[in-house]
Design a binder for this molecule. Structure first.
Ligand code: G1P
Length: 296
């Protein structure tokens, strides 16, 4: 049990070894996390959300075709020299400060793609024995309350137990998510989790409260993941290990304030692109005018 009130969330794990099959051929040689929404790749939005939550170490669990992710967070000497020489200081700032200098990036390779649970387990040698966050970059979340993860960290600091980022989804969409069996608490938006099921059919779902790509987990999860047998889709599921975790310790679900775009689907990705363009300082006026002329 995690009872030490001093515990802080210092590390975030980013599983980025998935195949990205829904976006082929765009993801043939490039990870889906590098797909841009307007002018920033999904993984950068996720890293910025982590940094805003006070995370100091970003742990990327990578696989095949993932070299562009370390490259993105690394220095780009030639590009920087070229931009400096041409006096393009704005652009230089954009490529230089992807994450603040005090934030460390660590890369772990997941040799076999055995599922999300297996990917998270690959971060164990780095994270070791402290509570940590997991961010799935294809759930892109916009929030004016400091970011979804920052709100979850606040809950963790209060309760010192695992927190799952949750949202109510339409009843016929439970098959896309890990779905919790929620019990109300005294804190608005905070549920106690009595059970969790990976991708249940609507008739089998314990509720319509679904996990949406944000987790804060105690390190006990690593021991459970190490002995986790394959579940839905023949994969080692993080959800199944969480279902065992909650039999040992308190696990909560928090409905963060924010707007989520499911960028793991083409429809959600396009919605995010349109919404971000409509909010982009350089683009919004022209883009809105274009949409108006297009749709009347
Ligand atoms: C994963 C998790 C699922 C969660 C979802 C959120 O599924 O297994 O429990 O609800 O992310 O996006 P995936 O979308 O990778 O199939």
């Amino acid at each position: 049990m995690t009872k030490n009130p001093q515990q802080r969330i210092r590390m975030a794990v980013f599983p980025v070894a998935g195949m990205g099959t829904r976006f082929l051929p765009a993801t043939k040689a490039n990870p889906k996390e590098m797909l841009p929404v307007v002018d920033k790749p999904l993984i950068q939005y996720a890293a910025e959300e982590a940094v805003a939550a006070g995370i100091e170490t970003l742990v990327f669990v990578t696989g095949r075709n993932k070299r562009s992710i370390p490259d993105h967070f690394d220095k780009a000497y030639e590009l920087e020299a070229e931009l400096a020489e041409r006096g393009k200081t704005d652009m230089l700032e954009l490529v230089r400060n992807i994450v603040p200098p005090e934030v460390t990036c660590v890369y772990v390779r997941q040799a076999d793609a055995l599922g999300l649970g297996h990917a998270v387990g690959c971060a164990r040698p780095i994270v070791q024995n402290e509570p940590f966050a997991v961010i799935l970059a294809d759930d892109l979340i916009v929030s004016h309350e400091g970011g979804a993860l920052a709100q979850m960290v606040e809950q963790f600091e209060r309760t010192q137990c695992s927190v799952l980022g949750v949202e109510e989804v339409p009843g016929d969409e439970t098959g896309k998510y890990g779905v919790i069996d929620p019990v109300a608490t005294d804190t608005p938006g905070l549920w106690d989790v009595r059970g969790i099921v990976e991708k249940p059919r609507p008739e089998d779902a314990p509720s319509n409260v679904a996990v949406v790509g944000r987790y804060i987990l105690t390190p006990r999860i690593f021991g459970l993941l190490a002995e986790q047998t394959p579940g839905a889709g023949g994969e080692i599921q993080l959800t199944d290990a969480i279902d065992r975790l909650l039999q040992e310790e308190r696990v909560t679900g928090y409905e963060f304030k924010g707007e989520r775009f499911d960028c793991g689907s083409k429809q959600g990705y396009l919605k995010a692109t349109v919404e971000f363009a409509l909010r982009h300082p350089e683009l919004k006026d022209d883009f809105e005018a274009y949409l108006r002329s297009r749709f009347g």
